[in-house]
Design a protein around this ligand. Structure first.
Ligand code: ADP
Length: 189
């Protein structure tokens, strides 16, 4: 299966992804992690990405897309994948659809984790990451609302979106995620 997880920064995508990859038995493709790895390795792509990430801005579509395209060609992705943090803009979603279509593949379902903004801020203050200071964090939430939220409508129109409440324990939320996966499986048949 090819599943996309969408949610604002701090929505708990990471935790749910860990469990989901086990359930689906597919590779986990996190563009945030790919970008951080590129920065660690000091590649030209990493250096370019860092200038955006440090400001809480989205990295240009083309850069992210070239990382994802390369990764999606891996033989392990043939059986499916879990996309985490990608697509994040409408052009990325369109390019992903094109890319998959050319290989006779498609996205099976999109799960949105919804969490109110004050809870996101509370969670951010409880964890530590370089791009997690309050000012940059609110910029990342704004990028989400401005650039990523329109994707929800894109997938909704295609009948692929299930939105779930991201409040509760990790177990509670995973139950909801699992229910969404079962619904996607049913609609595939
Ligand atoms: P979060 O979901 O908490 O924002 P991520 O690890 O997914 O964290 O992303 C960290 C940063 O990496 C983002 O703020 C953004 O700058 C960049 N990034 C990740 N994925 C993408 C993407 N698909 N398009 C553009 N920028 C991205």
């Amino acid at each position: 299966m090819r599943i996309i997880l969408i949610g604002p920064p701090g929505a708990g995508k990471g935790t749910q992804c860990q469990r989901l990859v086990e359930l689906l038995d597919v590779p986990h493709l996190s563009t945030g992690e790919m970008l951080r790895a590129a920065i660690q390795q000091g590649t030209a792509e990493g250096q370019e990405a860092a200038t955006y990430m440090n400001r809480g801005q989205l990295v240009p579509d083309q850069l992210v897309l070239s990382l994802v395209t390369r990764r999606l060609k891996g033989p392990d992705c043939r059986k499916g994948c879990l996309l985490d943090g990608f697509p994040r803009t409408l052009p990325q979603a369109e390019m992903l659809d094109d890319l998959l279509e050319r290989q006779a593949m498609s996205v099976d379902g999109v799960i949105e984790l919804t969490v109110p903004r004050d809870e996101l801020v509370r969670r951010m203050l409880a964890r530590q990451r370089e791009d997690d200071n309050p000012e940059i964090f609110s910029r990342r939430i704004e990028s989400f609302e401005r650039q990523t939220a329109p994707l929800l409508e894109y997938y909704e129109r295609r009948g692929k979106l299930i939105s779930i409440d991201g409040l509760g324990t990790a177990d509670d939320i995973f139950q909801r995620v699992h229910r969404a996966i079962r619904a996607f499986r049913r609609s595939r048949r």
